[in-house]
Design a protein around this ligand. Structure first.
Ligand SMILES: NC(=O)c1ccc[n+]([C@@H]2O[C@H](COP(=O)([O-])OP(=O)(O)OC[C@H]3O[C@@H](n4cnc5c(N)ncnc54)[C@H](O)[C@@H]3O)[C@@H](O)[C@H]2O)c1
Ligand SMILES: [Fe+2]
Length: 396
């Protein structure tokens, strides 16, 4: 049954340009935003995949030209990188930002945009929610992974290596102005990254659908995202050049991102953030590992909602042949089956042990998980003992 809360808010102010040769609109879109000297931020994986040539081509013959290019964003980028990039932005007299990459690049760009807009030099002063009070310089996001949805979220997650934690930044001013989904940008993603990033998107959609801040608009986005991932993820992992599957997953990540930013995540994300911060488990891998355990953990409070997800997760036939009182557990089983299939196809880890987490670190991870704000709207209460139990369950 469709659930409509007594009160909710929903926002998606991002202009979406999606489809064949969408990237060719880049210079025009910058000009429309009054910008003509963007700082272009990317990383070495994107450069090695040859994607920066497509970006350079998009500027050819235009009065809009790159003010500076930074190609060394590290995975899970930090406040130190963001602060250095803000200096580059100022020294190169840039007036806007173009982010070309996965969530690490997109979130780094959002951090740099905060400092550029505020004329500040230390990102740590802006941590938290709703600190920013005015519009930032133009930001165009060009996702090259299909996962985080950062291209349509008001959130950035940036590491603080000193404290060994990931810092959240949330503000309506962090939405990019424009997001460009060009199927050419994700064709080169290796199978393991394809699998993990899509599992991040699946986790966004599922957590958004069951969390306490759910609403009918984000539910619609979440359900469509889940169906697309079910239909196209194995195909994209088997054949990375399958443009239809790639574009479907790019859409799924975007849809799940809209759901996430309006409904919020849950305990699964807190657990993934913790193993990411302590043991450098990639964000999508962490989410894939914890997803079935987190759904099980929420069965008591959100069993009916999880049951509703059997249709998008497993398809019509399985849903209709499963008795109503078995659907929630069947949906969790379907997620486990998908994880196992991805493990078979590309070696995506499905236990913490395989993801390189030492058993001795589980208590530290559990402590960090409960201090992570992502679980604020989780259906079930979430305390240290619960986090540790889930860490142990997901270990091997
Ligand atoms: N802002 C948000 O709303 C939000 C939501 C979820 C996660 N995140 C954050 O996003 C980050 C993870 O992002 P991610 O999962 O996209 O991974 P990522 O950006 O770290 O990229 C993973 C790897 O894939 C490579 N890569 C990216 N695109 C490629 C392509 N097309 N071809 C070949 N290689 C490519 C990169 O070079 C990198 O080595 C984490 O820091 C996480 O906390 C943010
Ligand atoms: Fe995520």
């Amino acid at each position: 049954m469709v659930f409509i809360p007594a009160y909710y808010e929903f926002i998606n102010p991002v202009k979406i340009i999606a489809g064949k040769a969408a990237l060719d609109n880049l210079a025009f879109e910058l000009a429309m935003l009054g910008a003509n000297r963007p700082l272009v931020i990317t990383d070495q994986g994107v450069v090695a995949a040859g994607l920066m040539q497509l970006v350079a081509d998009a500027f050819a013959g235009s009065p809009v030209q790159m003010g500076a290019v930074f190609e060394d964003t590290p995975p899970d980028s930090s406040d130190i990188v963001v602060n250095a990039l803000a200096r580059l932005y100022r020294e190169s007299a840039c007036d806007s930002i173009v982010a070309v990459g996965g969530g690490s690049v997109l979130d780094t760009a959002k951090g740099v945009n905060i400092l550029a807009g505020e004329g500040a030099d230390d990102l740590l002063h802006f941590m938290g929610a709703d600190i920013l009070k005015k519009k930032l310089p133009p930001l165009i996001a060009i996702p090259t992974t299909a996962g985080t949805g950062s291209e349509v979220t008001s959130v950035a997650v940036i590491a603080n290596p000193e404290k060994g934690m990931k810092m959240p930044f949330a503000s309506v001013w962090l939405f990019p102005d424009v997001s460009i989904l060009d199927p050419r940008m994700t064709l080169t993603m290796p199978p393991k990254i394809t699998a993990a990033t899509a599992m991040d998107a699946l986790t966004h959609a599922i957590e958004a659908y069951i969390c306490k801040q759910k609403n009918p608009l984000s539910d619609s986005y979440a359900v469509t995202a889940i169906s697309l991932i079910r239909d196209f993820l194995p195909a994209a992992v088997k054949n990375g050049k399958d443009e239809k599957a790639r574009f479907a997953l790019a859409n799924a990540a975007l849809l799940a991102g809209v759901a996430l930013t309006n409904s919020m995540a849950g305990a699964i994300h807190s657990l993934a953030h913790a193993v990411g911060a302590v043991c450098h488990v990639p964000h999508g891998v962490g989410n894939a590992i914890f997803l079935p355990f987190g759904m099980e953990y929420n069965l008591k409070k959100a069993g009916d909602l999880i049951a509703e997800l059997l249709f998008p997760i497993a398809g019509e036939e399985i849903c209709l042949s499963t008795p109503k009182n078995r659907r929630a557990q069947r949906a969790i089983d379907a997620v486990r089956e998908l994880n196992r299939e991805l493990n078979r196809l590309c070696g995506m880890p499905i236990t913490l042990k395989d993801a390189g987490v030492p058993k001795a670190k589980l208590e530290e991870c559990a402590r960090i998980a409960i201090n992570d704000g992502a679980h604020t709207f989780n259906p079930e209460e979430f305390e240290y003992k619960d986090a540790l139990k889930l860490m142990l369950a997901a270990f091997e």
